[in-house]
Design a protein around this ligand. Structure first.
Ligand SMILES: [Zn+2]
Length: 267
């Protein structure tokens, strides 16, 4: 691993975001012009460490712990504004008989590295296989892991803007309960700022992760992260884990980070 110039860690981008009464992406209910006012000019400092998940969200200003009653475990954290948006969405869902439960929130680089390396080294089976033994080509092995797990430094879960809801098992979304949940989110999540980045793969989304009906992203902040990611992160930043050399060969930034639902993407 090469050492980076000192100043690269000091690079801080300040992105100013107008949040217009939370209605910016609510297409269903046109907003009364009197209601439209710039509530506040938010200033979000996004540096490389936060983009790559190389920080401690438990002690980071701006991150809050999810109340255990809204999740399936303790110790989950989100950016404060994301958590507030989730709580509003949860109340609305409850009125329609839907219970939203957070099953995964922020994960940092080290946590993602543990998941990735366990699969890479064969300690954790992928599709019931030890892929360290069965897939010799590093690029093919990485692509197999990438069907569902992100490479460290490239996960949206690093940002504190993304949540997994209710179940990360596809079969759940084929049950009556799962279908009802997904339909509700598809119709209503945008009202609260949330978008599903990993939709069904088709001609509009040919690359990237397989469909994840459980993964929702809070766009007012996530889009700012994506913009700064595009402008600052290069393959020399995606390093420090087994198989990192495959990142540029797969062109993970283009195909995975930006291989998302166009409704969640930046221009
Ligand atoms: Zn997720």
């Amino acid at each position: 691993m090469t050492s980076k110039p000192f100043f690269s860690n000091l690079l801080i981008f300040t992105v100013s975001v107008f949040i217009i009464s939370g209605q910016m992406i609510n297409k269903k209910h046109p907003v009364n012009s009197e209601v439209i006012k710039a509530q506040e000019l938010k200033s979000i400092a996004i540096d490389k460490k936060h983009l790559l998940g190389q920080f401690n969200y438990k002690t980071d200003n701006g991150f809050v712990e999810v109340d255990a009653k809204y999740g399936n475990k303790k110790g989950m954290y989100l950016q404060k504004e994301v958590y507030e948006a989730f709580l509003k969405m949860k109340v609305a869902a409850a009125k329609d008989g839907i219970t939203l439960i957070i099953v995964s929130a922020t994960r940092n680089f080290n946590e993602q590295k543990m998941i990735w390396e366990a699969k890479w080294s064969g300690k954790k089976l992928v599709n019931s296989q030890n892929i360290y033994l069965t897939i010799k080509d590093p690029v093919e092995r990485a692509k197999t892991i990438l069907n569902y797990s992100s490479m460290p430094g490239t996960s949206r879960h690093h940002w504190g803007t993304d949540i997994d809801l209710n179940s990360i098992d596809n079969s759940f979304f084929n049950t009556e309960k799962g279908i009802k949940l997904y339909n509700w989110l598809s119709n209503n999540a945008a009202t609260y700022g949330f978008c599903q980045p990993y939709t069904k793969k088709d001609i509009f989304r040919p690359n990237g992760y397989e469909e994840e009906k459980w993964h929702w992203s809070y766009l007012p902040i996530a889009k700012q992260y994506l913009t700064v990611y595009k402008n600052t992160i290069t393959y020399s930043d995606i390093t420090g884990f087994l198989g990192a050399e495959t990142a540029s060969k797969i062109d993970i930034i283009k195909n995975y980070i930006f291989g998302i639902n166009q409704d969640c993407n930046i221009p």
